[in-house]
Design a protein around this ligand. Structure first.
Ligand code: AOF
Ligand code: ZN
Length: 347
């Protein structure tokens, strides 16, 4: 009879385990944007004496999983030690071998993992480790960096975040069409940091033609981050012909006529976590299609009174039809506020 996995909370961790947990979380956050279709997992190893001796994050697809990197760093110090992993160690052979076997072979005595692996072929690692005599506990905690991947596996399509930058009264551009720099420099830097953790950035043909965006992730001094998301344009106007000298034509992009065709085709590209960046009509179409899983809203301390609202055509006529979200966090960025929301009652 397989034992049920023990459930623990962060308060149950020893100081050494709590430190290793921080390292594992950081290692996972660091590789986000580089691992799809695999999840950005982090792992840390403590020796039997409680010394941190290995930390690792999932390598790009086909490369080693987080545990393997951390175990390699720990070497013989992992014998009798503890592994802390943000996702249940896999028990299958996919593009790489089972992490459960690697942990067992390295002599790990205890495994603490956070999220269960929802992929059918990879799941069951906790039971397998227990059957090998390893102590296993599941830590009750939410790893924000893994949420898009977990949601994408559950829904069978990429996780979709809608990004909005707006005034306090919900406008993204003024009545005369001016829209540049609604938010301040700290918010803009945050947008770029966020972009390099995504698999793709999506805009509509209207925004592509009006703004000539490059959709790259850049540092404040203008250098490109090493990881760049794919650029996707939705709509049927031919961007390359209308803007042959445009940034998108130069950098390369994919184009789909509408949201359903984009969703059905990008799955095969292994995209898990995509960001919709504009404009208001595209945002409205994604909302109307009921596929917006999260909102990333930058709010500037400005009022315009008129102009273009941040979403248009969201298919809502009466309050009861409103698209509802749960607030997850707020961050002050200079003069602006970044509010993160998750869709209420995801289906
Ligand atoms: C882990 N640790 O760091 C990751 C895991 O094709 P493969 O062999 O790379 O396996 C991919 C699957 O393994 C992926 O869908 C997910 O279920 C799991 N990812 N597991 O133990 C890791 N990235
Ligand atoms: Zn694995």
């Amino acid at each position: 009879m397989p034992q049920p996995t023990a459930l623990i909370t962060p308060g149950d961790l020893s100081p050494a385990e709590a430190h290793a947990l921080e390292q594992a979380l950081q290692a996972g956050a660091l590789v986000k944007g580089t691992t799809s279709p695999n999840p950005p997992v982090g792992a840390a190893i403590l020796s039997a004496e409680g010394e941190l001796c290995g930390v690792g994050g999932t390598q790009p697809t086909g490369g080693p999983h987080a545990e393997i990197i951390a175990l390699a760093q720990a070497g013989s110090m992992s014998r009798g030690g503890t592994a802390i992993v943000t996702l249940e160690p896999c028990r299958h052979t996919g593009r790489t071998g089972p992490c459960t076997q690697a942990l067992h072979k390295a002599g790990i005595a205890k495994v603490i993992f956070i999220h269960a692996d929802p992929m059918r072929e990879a799941a069951g690692g906790a039971q397998e480790l227990q059957a090998q005599g390893i102590k296993v506990a599941q830590l009750q905690l939410e790893v924000p960096e893994l949420q898009p991947w977990l949601s994408s596996v559950r829904l069978g399509r990429p996780h979709i975040t809608l990004k909005i930058a707006q005034t306090l009264d919900g406008f993204t551009s003024a009545a005369d069409g001016t829209s540049q720099w609604i938010t301040g420099p700290a918010a803009r830097e945050n947008v770029h940091q966020d972009r390099c953790t995504r698999d793709a950035i999506i805009i509509g043909t209207g925004t592509a033609l009006a703004d000539n965006p490059s959709l790259t992730a850049r540092t404040p001094s203008g250098e490109l981050y090493p990881e760049q998301p794919l650029r996707i344009v939705i709509g049927s106007r031919p961007i390359n012909e209308l803007m042959p000298q445009g940034n998108l034509a130069e950098l390369g992009f994919l184009q789909f006529p509408d949201i359903p065709s984009m969703l059905s085709e990008i799955e095969s590209l292994g995209l898990r976590d995509v960001l919709v960046e504009g404009g208001p009509r595209l945002a409205g179409s994604f909302l109307q299609a009921r596929v917006v899983d999260a909102l990333r809203v930058y709010i500037a301390p400005k009022l315009l009174g008129s102009g273009t609202p941040s979403t248009l055509g969201a298919g809502v006529n009466t309050l009861i039809e409103a698209h509802e979200f749960e607030l997850r966090s707020t961050t002050v960025l200079g003069e602006d506020i970044l509010a993160l929301y998750q869709r209420r009652n995801p289906s």
